[in-house]
Design a protein around this ligand. Sequence first.
Ligand code: SF4
Length: 499
Amino acid sequence: MKLSKTNFLICLDCAKNAWLKIHKPEVYKKKGLSSFELNIVDTGNQIDELARGLFPDGMLVKSRDDTEITKKLMEEKTPVIYQPVFATEKYFAVADIFVFNSDTNVYDLYEVKSSTVSEENGGRKTEDYLIDMAFQKNVLDDLDIKVGTLNLIRLNKKYVRHGEINLKELFFVEDLTSQVNEKLKDVRNNMEGAYEVLSSETEPTGHCDCILKGKNSHCTTSWYSNSDLPEYPVHAISRIGNSKKKLAELVDSGIFSIHDVPDYFKLSANQRRQVDTAKSGKEYIDKKGISEFLGAMKYPLAFLDYETFPSALPRYDRYSPYQQIPFQFSLHVIESLDGELVHQEFIYTGKDCPDEYFTEALKKHLPERGSVIVWSQRFEKGINKQLGERLSDYRDFMESVNNRVIDLMIPFSGNTTMYDHPEFKGSASIKYVLPALVPHLSYKNMHIQEGGSASDTWNRIVSDEYSEDEKNMKIQALKDYCHLDTLAMVEIWKVLKSV
Ligand code: SF4
């Protein structure tokens, strides 16, 4: 076995997970990648290729198995090499860009990441990237290949597109040679440890370490390593991952099911309510709280939901990396207490920037007064704010929309919970709340079932990846999905009203 950089990094997070990836790929891959994860992979490849434009006309090493090609290109002092491959007896690394420096007579290394950074803010994951580059440097040292500087290329968070993309402004290049060098020894030790664990044929047995962590920390192979956990485990108790002592106490006492948590066990009020709701199988309803919450809503009620695409590469003018592109909305309006429900929708699948079309349609269909009901207000409010910033003519309108927003998720969330149901399983996601409260409405049979997939579908439509028929079918699927999002809110609101 040769330990690749990717497997080493996974092993640093969790040795068991990395072992399964190498020795039991059928377990590792069973859950497959979500649309969101596939999009991350696509984005990484796209940014990697774009960054090559900073050092144009390089030679691409296509074969991952043949280190001789890299060797030859380096011997020939090829000015720029993309994806050079290096391997020792134990380790394997593919760098992103090698640039020959004629002053020092050695290559400089450039590692490309699709995350963002700004001058003032060091960016997330910098530590991980130092380890990533230290792995590569250790492999190069083993091969007696001298390199000059070790550089990290990331997207500049502050970049705003105006006209053609300026690669030098879009990317932020940092020389991290000394920081990487400081890590070499520690990373070397970890590489040796990881090699030993991962080259062993013996599978680590028993529960994995996440048995002592909350559900959000569990990876996609958790079902395999912790197969004896019940369907609703104590790990799903809200924020239990932040109270490690409590979780350890439960696990050490052999309590794995939320239904077995003793009544005397100390929990926060929120956690206790979730456990009691699960154990009793009965709903928790704070009628007074719900009544006050609904009382703040003013007719006409406009139930609004957006679909967006987060493009790493600013696709239109005035966009920054990863800014969400709003391309669709669904709107259900109820004029008065006994008023009829009216639906409006908008989707843009043309080639221009959707901003103006989107905002104009919203202005046309959204009532001028009354409450705007959304699910998880941070998202829609953030989109409105950005639209106002990009389109100064609509700034006041977007601000006024935000001032009318009421978040329908509040009665189901954390400390503000007014309604809990055993089937919410501690989640305030509409994907849990809807089937519990309105069983006849469901995302299950929808062609598109979640936001990541909606976003990916739109991107493929505007990238001309579908035939005309397929495109029409996908547009309809997007409309159906977004329509259900706002209809779901209407039905949930009716349930709240009924109690
Ligand atoms: S669930 Fe946690 S400990 Fe278990 S394999 Fe996954 S990451 Fe590792």
